[in-house]
Design a binder for this molecule. Structure first.
Ligand code: SF4
Ligand code: SF4
Length: 416
């Protein structure tokens, strides 16, 4: 089956990345994020200088029973407030790591059959986070209580340049992703199961044998694919979950392990040894860059995909939604000039906005028009900035416009 991402931009990426997954080098110090996107306040379960082991519970929230587990053996030192790209300032547990002994985990040959409530509970306790949006998966599942869902869709699309983490996970752990998807589908009572992938349809043949009745959906066309996949999701009345989160569900069910790592593609102009690496949460970005032999003067590191990612500091700890890391070493000669009104930004926008008109309205402080022109539906994909011949920071301006459109709508609702 095919679905099409019609509007957006086309990338010409000639080099295909190796899809092997390596283990990350162990950093001397890790800074483990103690909260995910939208979490309540967390309370430490360990104290300074306490020895901790891998998978040990180190923080918990009182309200909703959120958990954080240690991805390392070592000594807990203290907490620090650090900026995590895409989340903001988050308290992090500083751990002096030590070598972890290899421990054989008991494997459940027969996976438990979860009903809806027991699946939510298992996913919550295993601290599974969906890499697609960085939100705890149990919250997404809880939202389905008020909705009749008929399909589960695994999101395995890598559609930004220098990203291959989902493909690598599928090629190496298709069985685990499929088993996770089947567990969710069974708990939700869904017959329809899909796996959305992009570009790598030929790769799909390598893992179709393992797919246990899951139908492949090939997303064709331009970046970004997310609106097309979301549209498909709505058509089949489904729920979309990232392939890494599905694998984490399988690992929790089969081995009783919480999610403590994410597969990250490290690639870009300043990398001699690009690759996919399984990274324990809290590993500093510089450890990965060293492992992948970064060279030259790194100007910026983008965490989370080059189109939508955020600039990250070298000491920033890696977290679950950062499935790509791209260091940039060259200073490109971008010269911003005035908007020439060419309309290209509107021609690529996947949600049909016209940033040129919206930016004009915001300049005139006509927020009613900004709202009318649909600025609130901008998904921040970055296509408009990418295509702009004048090098205008269109996406950044659109973020501001989106906020203004929301504020305007709120004010109207308040005064109504
Ligand atoms: S693409 Fe750039 S130059 Fe063209 S209308 Fe949009 S903002 Fe202006
Ligand atoms: S206006 Fe928003 S949704 Fe449209 S191309 Fe720009 S960033 Fe993407």
């Amino acid at each position: 089956m095919f679905i099409f991402a019609r509007k957006g931009v086309k990338f010409y990426q000639k080099v295909n990345i190796n899809t092997e997954i390596k283990n990350s080098a162990r950093p001397e110090f890790a800074r483990i994020p103690l909260a995910a996107l939208g979490d309540d306040e967390m309370y430490l379960k360990v104290g300074p200088n306490e020895l901790i082991s891998k998978y040990q519970l180190i923080a918990q929230s009182n309200k909703k029973g959120l958990y954080v587990y240690s991805p390392f053996d070592g000594e807990f030192i203290s907490t620090e407030l650090l900026r995590i790209p895409g989340i903001g300032k988050v308290p992090c547990g500083v751990v002096k790591t030590s070598e972890s002994p290899q421990i054989e985990r008991p494997f459940k040959e027969q996976l438990p059959e979860y009903d809806f409530d027991s699946l939510i509970e298992m996913v919550r306790k295993s601290a599974v986070i969906d890499e697609v949006d960085g939100v705890r998966l149990f919250k997404k599942l809880e939202d389905l209580k008020n909705r009749e869902v008929q399909a589960v869709i695994a999101y395995g699309v890598d559609d930004q340049p220098f990203t291959a983490a989902s493909t690598a996970v599928l090629l190496n752990f298709a069985n685990e992703v499929a088993a996770g998807l089947n567990l969710v589908a069974h708990a939700l009572g869904c017959e329809q199961k899909y796996l959305c992938i992009k570009k790598n349809y030929r790769n799909a043949k390598l893992f179709t044998d393992n797919l246990q009745g899951i139908q492949i959906v090939n997303v064709k066309g331009k970046y970004p694919s997310t609106p097309a996949v979301k549209g498909f999701c709505e058509r089949v009345n489904g729920v979309m979950i990232g392939v890494q989160a599905l694998r984490a569900i399988y690992q929790a069910a089969a081995y009783g392990l919480p999610q403590v790592s994410v597969v990250v593609t490290v690639w870009g102009e300043g990398i001699a040894e690009p690759g996919n690496i399984e990274v324990p949460f809290g590993t500093p970005i510089k450890t990965l860059l060293e492992q992948c032999q970064a060279f030259g003067t790194i100007e910026r590191v983008i965490a989370g995909g080059i189109m939508t990612g955020k600039t990250a500091a070298l000491d920033s700890p890696l977290y679950v939604s950062q499935t790509a890391l791209t260091p940039l070493v060259k200073t490109r000669e971008y010269k911003t000039v005035s908007c020439i009104g060419c309309g290209r930004c509107g021609s690529v926008c996947p949600v049909g906005l016209n940033p040129y008109y919206i930016m004009g309205a915001v300049k005139q402080e006509d927020f009613a028009r900004v709202s009318q022109l649909g600025a609130a539906s901008c998904i921040g994909c970055g296509c408009c900035s990418y295509i702009c011949p004048s090098c205008q920071p269109v996406t950044e301006i659109m973020k501001y416009c989106r906020k203004k459109a929301y504020d305007y709508k709120k004010e109207i609702a308040y005064n109504a």
